[in-house]
Design a protein around this ligand. Structure first.
Ligand SMILES: [Zn+2]
Length: 250
Protein backbone atom coordinates (compact mmCIF):
# COMPACT_ATOMS: atom_id res chain seq x y z
CA UNK A 1 0.00 0.00 0.00
CA UNK A 2 1.07 3.61 -0.64
CA UNK A 3 3.14 5.01 2.24
CA UNK A 4 1.70 8.14 3.85
CA UNK A 5 3.33 10.79 5.99
CA UNK A 6 1.81 13.57 8.04
CA UNK A 7 2.37 15.74 11.08
CA UNK A 8 0.39 14.23 13.95
CA UNK A 9 -0.33 14.53 17.65
CA UNK A 10 -0.45 11.33 19.67
CA UNK A 11 -3.74 11.28 21.60
CA UNK A 12 -3.30 7.96 23.42
CA UNK A 13 -2.00 4.44 23.10
CA UNK A 14 -2.67 0.99 24.49
CA UNK A 15 -0.08 -1.74 24.79
CA UNK A 16 -0.88 -4.91 22.87
CA UNK A 17 0.68 -8.32 23.39
CA UNK A 18 4.35 -8.58 24.31
CA UNK A 19 5.77 -5.52 22.59
CA UNK A 20 3.19 -3.97 20.24
CA UNK A 21 1.21 -0.82 20.69
CA UNK A 22 -2.06 0.54 19.24
CA UNK A 23 -1.86 4.29 18.80
CA UNK A 24 -4.61 6.87 18.29
CA UNK A 25 -3.32 10.05 16.65
CA UNK A 26 -4.75 13.19 15.13
CA UNK A 27 -3.61 14.73 11.86
CA UNK A 28 -4.50 17.99 10.09
CA UNK A 29 -5.78 16.42 6.87
CA UNK A 30 -6.74 12.83 7.74
CA UNK A 31 -8.49 13.59 11.05
CA UNK A 32 -8.40 10.86 13.68
CA UNK A 33 -6.30 7.80 12.83
CA UNK A 34 -5.57 4.56 14.62
CA UNK A 35 -2.48 2.49 13.87
CA UNK A 36 -0.60 -0.60 14.90
CA UNK A 37 3.05 -0.14 15.93
CA UNK A 38 4.64 -3.56 15.76
CA UNK A 39 7.38 -4.15 18.35
CA UNK A 40 7.01 -0.52 19.44
CA UNK A 41 8.20 -1.23 22.95
CA UNK A 42 11.34 -2.98 21.68
CA UNK A 43 12.25 -0.93 18.61
CA UNK A 44 13.50 2.35 20.08
CA UNK A 45 15.09 3.09 16.70
CA UNK A 46 11.86 3.32 14.71
CA UNK A 47 9.59 4.85 17.31
CA UNK A 48 11.70 6.15 20.21
CA UNK A 49 9.56 8.08 22.72
CA UNK A 50 7.40 9.41 19.88
CA UNK A 51 4.41 7.21 20.67
CA UNK A 52 3.79 8.86 24.04
CA UNK A 53 0.54 10.80 24.49
CA UNK A 54 0.74 14.56 23.69
CA UNK A 55 3.86 14.14 21.50
CA UNK A 56 3.94 16.07 18.22
CA UNK A 57 5.48 13.88 15.54
CA UNK A 58 5.86 13.26 11.84
CA UNK A 59 4.12 9.93 11.37
CA UNK A 60 4.88 7.48 8.53
CA UNK A 61 2.32 4.78 7.88
CA UNK A 62 0.62 2.65 5.26
CA UNK A 63 -2.98 1.53 5.08
CA UNK A 64 -3.69 -2.14 5.64
CA UNK A 65 -5.16 -4.19 2.80
CA UNK A 66 -8.10 -5.18 5.02
CA UNK A 67 -8.94 -1.55 5.80
CA UNK A 68 -8.35 -2.11 9.52
CA UNK A 69 -5.69 -0.47 11.67
CA UNK A 70 -3.01 1.49 9.82
CA UNK A 71 0.48 0.02 9.87
CA UNK A 72 2.81 2.50 11.54
CA UNK A 73 6.26 2.51 9.90
CA UNK A 74 8.32 5.03 11.81
CA UNK A 75 8.14 8.31 13.66
CA UNK A 76 10.16 11.52 13.66
CA UNK A 77 9.73 13.21 17.01
CA UNK A 78 9.07 16.95 16.63
CA UNK A 79 8.11 17.96 20.18
CA UNK A 80 7.58 15.68 23.15
CA UNK A 81 6.02 18.55 25.13
CA UNK A 82 8.29 17.68 28.02
CA UNK A 83 6.90 20.47 30.21
CA UNK A 84 3.57 18.64 30.50
CA UNK A 85 5.05 15.38 31.74
CA UNK A 86 6.26 16.48 35.16
CA UNK A 87 3.10 18.41 36.08
CA UNK A 88 0.01 16.43 37.15
CA UNK A 89 -2.41 19.34 36.51
CA UNK A 90 -0.99 19.80 33.01
CA UNK A 91 -1.16 16.04 32.32
CA UNK A 92 -4.81 16.01 33.42
CA UNK A 93 -5.78 19.01 31.28
CA UNK A 94 -3.82 17.78 28.24
CA UNK A 95 -5.48 14.37 28.58
CA UNK A 96 -8.89 16.02 28.73
CA UNK A 97 -8.12 18.11 25.63
CA UNK A 98 -7.01 15.05 23.67
CA UNK A 99 -10.04 12.97 24.70
CA UNK A 100 -12.37 15.87 23.91
CA UNK A 101 -10.91 16.20 20.40
CA UNK A 102 -11.21 12.43 19.84
CA UNK A 103 -14.83 12.41 21.00
CA UNK A 104 -15.94 15.58 19.20
CA UNK A 105 -14.18 14.98 15.87
CA UNK A 106 -15.21 11.32 15.53
CA UNK A 107 -14.91 10.00 11.98
CA UNK A 108 -14.93 13.40 10.27
CA UNK A 109 -11.89 13.72 7.99
CA UNK A 110 -9.60 16.72 7.97
CA UNK A 111 -9.73 19.46 10.60
CA UNK A 112 -6.56 21.55 10.06
CA UNK A 113 -7.93 24.34 12.26
CA UNK A 114 -8.60 21.95 15.18
CA UNK A 115 -5.13 20.45 14.69
CA UNK A 116 -3.59 23.93 15.04
CA UNK A 117 -5.73 24.56 18.11
CA UNK A 118 -4.68 21.32 19.83
CA UNK A 119 -1.03 21.86 18.88
CA UNK A 120 -1.07 25.39 20.38
CA UNK A 121 -2.97 24.21 23.48
CA UNK A 122 -0.39 21.48 24.22
CA UNK A 123 2.42 23.97 23.56
CA UNK A 124 0.86 26.39 26.05
CA UNK A 125 0.51 23.66 28.73
CA UNK A 126 4.11 22.56 28.16
CA UNK A 127 5.39 26.14 28.49
CA UNK A 128 3.14 27.58 31.20
CA UNK A 129 1.38 24.67 32.89
CA UNK A 130 -2.33 24.20 33.44
CA UNK A 131 -4.68 27.19 33.73
CA UNK A 132 -8.42 27.86 33.71
CA UNK A 133 -7.79 30.39 30.96
CA UNK A 134 -6.09 27.88 28.62
CA UNK A 135 -8.93 25.42 29.25
CA UNK A 136 -11.69 27.93 28.44
CA UNK A 137 -9.93 29.22 25.31
CA UNK A 138 -9.46 25.67 24.06
CA UNK A 139 -13.01 24.49 24.83
CA UNK A 140 -14.72 27.53 23.32
CA UNK A 141 -12.66 27.45 20.11
CA UNK A 142 -13.19 23.71 19.74
CA UNK A 143 -16.98 24.18 20.01
CA UNK A 144 -16.75 26.88 17.35
CA UNK A 145 -14.52 24.91 14.96
CA UNK A 146 -16.63 21.77 15.20
CA UNK A 147 -19.82 23.76 14.54
CA UNK A 148 -21.42 23.44 17.99
CA UNK A 149 -21.03 27.03 19.15
CA UNK A 150 -24.15 28.08 21.12
CA UNK A 151 -25.90 31.40 20.45
CA UNK A 152 -24.10 33.97 22.58
CA UNK A 153 -25.07 37.56 21.76
CA UNK A 154 -28.77 37.14 20.95
CA UNK A 155 -31.64 34.96 22.12
CA UNK A 156 -31.46 31.46 20.69
CA UNK A 157 -35.28 31.17 20.73
CA UNK A 158 -36.58 34.47 19.30
CA UNK A 159 -33.24 35.89 18.02
CA UNK A 160 -34.06 39.11 19.88
CA UNK A 161 -31.51 41.24 21.74
CA UNK A 162 -30.33 40.44 25.25
CA UNK A 163 -31.14 43.65 27.09
CA UNK A 164 -31.25 42.59 30.76
CA UNK A 165 -28.64 41.06 33.08
CA UNK A 166 -28.30 38.28 34.03
CA UNK A 167 -28.89 36.27 30.85
CA UNK A 168 -30.20 32.71 31.15
CA UNK A 169 -28.34 30.01 29.22
CA UNK A 170 -29.72 26.63 28.18
CA UNK A 171 -27.55 24.48 25.85
CA UNK A 172 -30.54 22.24 25.04
CA UNK A 173 -32.35 25.30 23.60
CA UNK A 174 -29.29 26.54 21.72
CA UNK A 175 -27.63 28.96 24.16
CA UNK A 176 -28.53 32.40 25.54
CA UNK A 177 -32.18 33.24 26.21
CA UNK A 178 -33.74 36.70 26.47
CA UNK A 179 -35.79 37.69 29.51
CA UNK A 180 -39.08 36.87 27.73
CA UNK A 181 -37.98 33.40 26.55
CA UNK A 182 -36.12 32.28 29.70
CA UNK A 183 -37.78 30.07 32.29
CA UNK A 184 -38.48 31.69 35.68
CA UNK A 185 -35.81 29.57 37.35
CA UNK A 186 -32.73 29.16 35.17
CA UNK A 187 -29.87 27.01 36.37
CA UNK A 188 -27.23 28.80 34.30
CA UNK A 189 -27.01 32.57 34.43
CA UNK A 190 -24.30 34.91 33.18
CA UNK A 191 -23.69 38.56 32.43
CA UNK A 192 -23.78 40.19 29.02
CA UNK A 193 -20.20 41.30 29.68
CA UNK A 194 -19.11 37.65 29.86
CA UNK A 195 -21.00 36.84 26.66
CA UNK A 196 -19.17 39.76 25.03
CA UNK A 197 -15.82 38.40 26.26
CA UNK A 198 -16.58 34.92 24.87
CA UNK A 199 -17.54 36.44 21.54
CA UNK A 200 -14.30 38.48 21.43
CA UNK A 201 -12.21 35.36 22.14
CA UNK A 202 -13.59 33.84 18.94
CA UNK A 203 -12.19 36.74 16.90
CA UNK A 204 -8.63 35.93 18.06
CA UNK A 205 -6.39 33.38 16.29
CA UNK A 206 -6.88 29.80 17.58
CA UNK A 207 -3.18 29.70 18.41
CA UNK A 208 -3.32 32.72 20.79
CA UNK A 209 -3.15 31.64 24.44
CA UNK A 210 -0.47 33.57 26.34
CA UNK A 211 -1.60 36.89 24.83
CA UNK A 212 -5.17 36.66 26.16
CA UNK A 213 -6.02 37.56 29.75
CA UNK A 214 -9.44 36.60 31.04
CA UNK A 215 -10.97 37.99 34.23
CA UNK A 216 -12.26 35.90 37.12
CA UNK A 217 -15.94 36.49 36.18
CA UNK A 218 -15.37 35.45 32.56
CA UNK A 219 -13.56 32.31 33.72
CA UNK A 220 -16.28 31.37 36.24
CA UNK A 221 -19.39 32.22 34.20
CA UNK A 222 -17.91 31.44 30.80
CA UNK A 223 -16.39 28.18 32.04
CA UNK A 224 -19.81 27.09 33.32
CA UNK A 225 -21.76 27.69 30.12
CA UNK A 226 -19.04 26.37 27.80
CA UNK A 227 -18.80 23.17 29.81
CA UNK A 228 -22.61 22.83 29.72
CA UNK A 229 -22.56 23.31 25.94
CA UNK A 230 -19.88 20.61 25.60
CA UNK A 231 -21.79 18.17 27.79
CA UNK A 232 -24.85 18.62 25.55
CA UNK A 233 -22.85 17.17 22.62
CA UNK A 234 -21.01 14.29 24.31
CA UNK A 235 -22.28 10.77 23.75
CA UNK A 236 -20.48 9.40 26.80
CA UNK A 237 -18.78 10.77 29.93
CA UNK A 238 -15.09 11.54 29.40
CA UNK A 239 -12.69 9.57 31.61
CA UNK A 240 -10.17 12.40 31.47
CA UNK A 241 -12.75 14.97 32.66
CA UNK A 242 -13.49 12.79 35.67
CA UNK A 243 -9.74 12.64 36.44
CA UNK A 244 -9.36 16.40 35.92
CA UNK A 245 -12.22 17.14 38.33
CA UNK A 246 -10.82 14.74 40.91
CA UNK A 247 -7.39 16.35 41.06
CA UNK A 248 -8.87 19.87 41.01
CA UNK A 249 -11.28 19.28 43.92
CA UNK A 250 -9.80 20.53 47.20
ZN1 LIG B 1 -36.07 35.38 23.24
Amino acid sequence: MQPQVSDAIILRHVDYGEADRIVTFFTPDHGLCKGFARAARKSRKRFGPGLESFAKVRMHWSASASGGLLTLREIDLLDLHVGIRSDLDAIALAGYGCELVEEMVGDDPGHPQIYRLLEAFLGELAAKGSSASARLLFELRLLDDIGYLPHLLHCSDCFGPLSVDPVAFDPARGGSLCHACAPVLSKLLLSRATLGSLSRILRSPVTAFAEIHLGATTLREGGGVVQAAIQAHLRRPLRALDFLQKIQSP
